[in-house]
Design a protein around this ligand. Sequence first.
Ligand SMILES: Nc1nc2c(c(=O)[nH]1)N[C@H]1C(S)=C(S)[C@@H](COP(=O)(O)OP(=O)(O)OC[C@H]3O[C@@H](n4cnc5c(N)ncnc54)[C@H](O)[C@@H]3O)O[C@H]1N2
Ligand code: MOO
Length: 421
Amino acid sequence: MITVEQHLDRILAAVAPLPPRALPLAQALGCVLAQDVAATVAVPPFDNSAMDGYAVQAADVTSANETAPVRLQVVGDLPAGSAERPPVAPGTAVRIMTGAPMPPGADAVVPVEATDQVAGPGEGARLPQVVQIRQPAGLGAHVRRAAGDVAPGTVVLRAGTRLRARDLSTAASTGHGTLLVHPPVRVGVLSTGSELVAPGEPLAHGQIPDSNETLVAGMVRESGAVPVVLGAVVDDVAALRARLTENLGRVDAIVTTGGVSAGAYDVVKEVLAPLGEVSFERVAMQPGKPQGFGVLARPDGGPGVPMFCLPGNPVSVFVSFQVFVHPALQRMRALVADAGPRPTTDAVAATGWRCPAGRRQFMPVAVEEVRDGELRVRPATAGGSGSHLVASLARADALAVVDADVEAVAEGDVVRVMMVP
Ligand SMILES: Nc1nc2c(c(=O)[nH]1)N[C@H]1C(S)=C(S)[C@@H](COP(=O)(O)OP(=O)(O)OC[C@H]3O[C@@H](n4cnc5c(N)ncnc54)[C@H](O)[C@@H]3O)O[C@H]1N2
Ligand code: MOO
């Protein structure tokens, strides 16, 4: 048997960030940026109005007040997006909307509320010939300056950033329609088992619902990657190879479940051999002891496709994914800091439980916060870490991680707890 660390190290050494590609902003959410991004346009790109109102010369309106308004001749109208440049000379004003470029000659904006005009559509839409200004405006009042936020050439996003919605808006506003990113990782999801039936379908004797496909596809998404469901195949290695060959060109990684217990994997290994080397190990953990991993060759000669062959038992699938597949997917996404074991925190066992000899136990636990961050945990199922207890997985908030040399956890013991989504 090998240790969890030995298996994870081997996986992480074999996977690499996907090569960067230019993607439209709409497809880049959650991707890691592959280069620094500098503004190609200023923000704002031009001096513009912060208010709906009138662009004026500030010197014209210094004496304006409610009882003695200043009358200005209206010589133009500037909605946002207008390319007109009507000049504002002394004694004149141009009606202007928020975001419209300041007209030449104007150096301040008087909001419509400080005039005799009404705001908004309807009557407000009619352009007056004369506007009465009822308040003074300081030089530059309500004018947003060109490059007031950033100037062209300023670096606005750094390589390595995991792109959030606001990062994408920064890119859009500074002139970019595409970004060079590590693209989303597409993960083929494939269940094996002749006993499997689609969820919700009636079951004949001996059949069970395929819960692993839904589980793995969901965990792939929770890990920030894109599931590509390849369907279930019967326990027939030729069928497995055919399904893989058909789909190798459209995925970046593959997760299979089932068919890796004693004996079976020799056949799987042989059948996969033409596609690449997949090796099978017994890892000192419970659940999740039988694990297959390898890299398959892509037909187009592109980067190899890591293949994770997880054991079929659903709790084993859950644990194996969190312990091995999640870190690998983070590395493929180029999320360097997350490409390792999920972090653990300490908690107190609210009740005791038994542990398997010689294997690190990953016990699904329910977590309760007793006071200010102090956590207490108890097994999520009456059956402990039994790898078939899939229906009770919904009660688990975390995995208690118990070292291989511990035979039992006693009530009150401090245990390490790996938080999972
Ligand atoms: N003689 C031995 N037998 C087994 C060993 C061993 O060392 N020697 N290891 C046990 C352990 S540990 C595990 S884990 C399992 C792994 O089995 P397989 O990967 O070959 O998986 P299957 O036999 O196909 O299925 C196991 C179990 O899980 C159910 N299953 C499978 N696929 C799904 C699915 N898509 N959705 C829901 N449930 C699924 C399946 O019906 C079985 O009950 O081997 C032990 N045996
Ligand atoms: O490793 Mo198996 O997953 O213990 O049931």
